[in-house]
Design a protein around this ligand. Structure first.
Ligand code: ZN
Length: 245
């Protein structure tokens, strides 16, 4: 039986691309479009994009209801995301929507709300090599990926990454400068699946790297919504199935 297509919404704050010439040269249409184009070309996905400056940041109730996996890229404008939309994303995940948080999205409101910690980390921009070691070669997220993904030039993200213990660690990064970082982590929250993936600094063409894109596609499929159950929507009082007493 063929599965229905995975409906992916790629969200981007879309500020660097419009304010920084170097970033605009790498991503003329924005990072969200680069990611969405790749997913469109892979069998089994239908995609849409949404950005911060759209009404309700492009994430209306209806859009989220029609999203199986939401991909999130944010950096300089985390505080401009309204609490109402952050809460809506959080509730959508708890109800069953998948969430992939990329790179600097570690500081975003939805991610911090869902994980409950500060999600802070150490960083450095020094054009250094990064190797993301594949710790889970049998996992759906690493399908088609070898022992490691190598990025010739990356921003360093280092430990300690202030996250709750992941349900599973998928990638561990090594950096030329000596640090390590838990660069691919999964959690479940409510009925939803979350994947954090470290690559994605805006001044490097990371979203043209085939292995990085493949991991995002694999994760979008892995995290896809399986059910849609809002625990807040129903009166939760329940009649007994058997006669009691
Ligand atoms: Zn960055």
């Amino acid at each position: 039986m063929a599965l229905s297509p995975v409906r992916v919404t790629v969200w981007n704050e879309f500020r660097h691309e419009r304010e920084n010439k170097e970033v605009a040269r790498i991503y003329p249409d924005g990072m969200h479009v680069a990611i969405a184009r790749y997913l469109e070309a892979v069998d089994g996905f239908t995609t849409r994009t949404a950005t911060l400056d759209q009404p309700e940041h492009g994430l209306t109730k209806q859009v989220l209801a029609q999203t199986d996996t939401l991909v999130w890229w944010g950096h300089i404008a985390h505080d401009s995301v309204s609490d109402a939309v952050a809460e809506r994303v959080q509730q959508a995940v708890l109800a069953g929507m998948g969430l992939i948080v990329l790179h600097s999205g570690h500081g975003s409101k939805p991610f911090k709300r869902l994980l409950g910690t500060n999600c802070s980390l150490r960083w450095r921009e020094a054009n250094e090599r990064e190797r993301l070691w594949n710790l889970a070669p049998g996992h759906e997220i690493t399908r088609g990926i070898g022992d490691y993904i190598e990025l010739p030039a990356a921003e360093m993200y280092g430990e300690r990454f202030d996250i709750p213990e992941p349900d599973k660690l998928i990638f561990l990064s090594w950096f030329q400068g000596g640090e390590v970082f838990r660069s691919g982590c999964v959690w479940e929250r409510g009925n939803g699946r979350i994947f954090y993936f470290k690559p994605g600094h805006e001044t490097y063409p990371v979203f043209a790297h085939q292995d990085v894109l493949r991991v995002i596609a694999n994760a979008a499929r892995w995290a896809r919504r399986k059910i849609d159950r809002h625990t807040l929507d129903h009166p939760n009082i329940r009649k007994p199935l058997e006669k009691i007493g």
